[in-house]
Ligand binder design. Sequence first.
Ligand SMILES: [Zn+2]
Length: 54
Amino acid sequence: MGSPNLECPICEADLALNGDERPGEEVFCSYCGAPVVLVGDEDDPENWEAEDGI
Ligand SMILES: [Zn+2]
């Protein structure tokens, strides 16, 4: 269990995820609005990383 706890690579704010995101998906930082791409193993969300999606 547990959703990934990721930080925005731009402003380092916590990214608020719904819990239904998947690797390769683009989300937007709620703080700075930057697009962020989730990277990692779909079965291992706790080790996902957030990459600059610009
Ligand atoms: Zn941000």
